[in-house]
Design a protein around this ligand. Structure first.
Ligand SMILES: C[S@@+](CC[C@H](N)C(=O)[O-])C[C@H]1O[C@@H](n2cnc3c(N)ncnc32)[C@H](O)[C@@H]1O
Length: 206
């Protein structure tokens, strides 16, 4: 019962945070997507997690919640958001080994010494295929890649795309093609939130 009460008060806390962020026009993952990620981490037990586009740390919360002796790396281009993410995660999970890097993920990732078991992608949609390029050398076998906003507000299915969405839609479509290469990935698209993709990396087939 105590645990159930904890779940309910946490739900209120997280849903409030998500709502406040959206009101402030700060994009965050959908609450259910967060819970999905949290469950995946619990089952997969990754040793190293990378988040591309951690923003103010809302999604990072779900990624690190079930980590014990593992490490989390969060990257964001926006330093103000990144500093908030660092504070938020350190406050909620003081014992977690979490590292936050400010900068362009496309430049920072090739410099990282670590290999990852789980990568969560939630940065610029037009760059999604480029993130795949840079993480390929950084994946352990059977690593999971989860990407958010795969349906991009259903625009991915639309015939007419407004000019300012064209690059993002093009990026997501190219990304989808890459992760559907069956020789390298085993991929499922999941209809929660704005759509997510879940891919398992198979290095042994290379
Ligand atoms: C959708 S928001 C992330 C929201 C966050 N995952 C959450 O749910 O709380 C996208 C973030 O990606 C960052 N971003 C965009 N392009 C990036 C890049 N090339 N490298 C690192 N971060 C990037 C933006 O600064 C922004 O904070």
């Amino acid at each position: 019962m105590k645990d159930l009460n904890k779940v309910l008060s946490e739900k209120e806390y997280l849903e409030d945070l998500g709502r406040i962020s959206k009101e402030k026009k700060i994009p965050v993952i959908n609450y259910e997507v967060g819970r999905f990620i949290e469950a995946i981490v619990f089952v997969k037990k990754p040793k190293n997690i990378l988040e591309i586009g951690c923003g103010e740390g809302y999604s990072s919360y779900f990624l690190v919640k079930n980590l014990k002796e593992a490490a989390f790396t969060g990257i964001d281009l926006n330093n103000e958001r990144l500093c908030k993410a660092k504070k938020f995660i350190n406050l909620n999970f003081p014992k977690i080994n979490a590292n936050f890097y400010h900068g362009n993920a496309l430049k920072l990732i090739p410099e990282l010494k670590l290999k990852f078991d789980l990568v969560f992608i939630d940065a610029a949609k037009y760059e999604y295929p480029d993130y795949i390029d840079v993480i390929m050398e950084k994946l352990n076998d059977e690593a999971l890649i989860i990407a958010d906003n795969i349906f991009y507000g259903e625009k991915i299915f639309a015939r007419y795309i407004k000019n300012h969405d064209k690059n993002s839609v093009k990026g997501i479509k190219r990304f989808m093609k890459l992760i559907q290469n069956k020789e390298i990935f085993d991929t499922k698209f999941i209809d929660i939130g704005d759509g997510i993709s879940l891919s398992i990396y198979r290095s042994k087939t290379k």
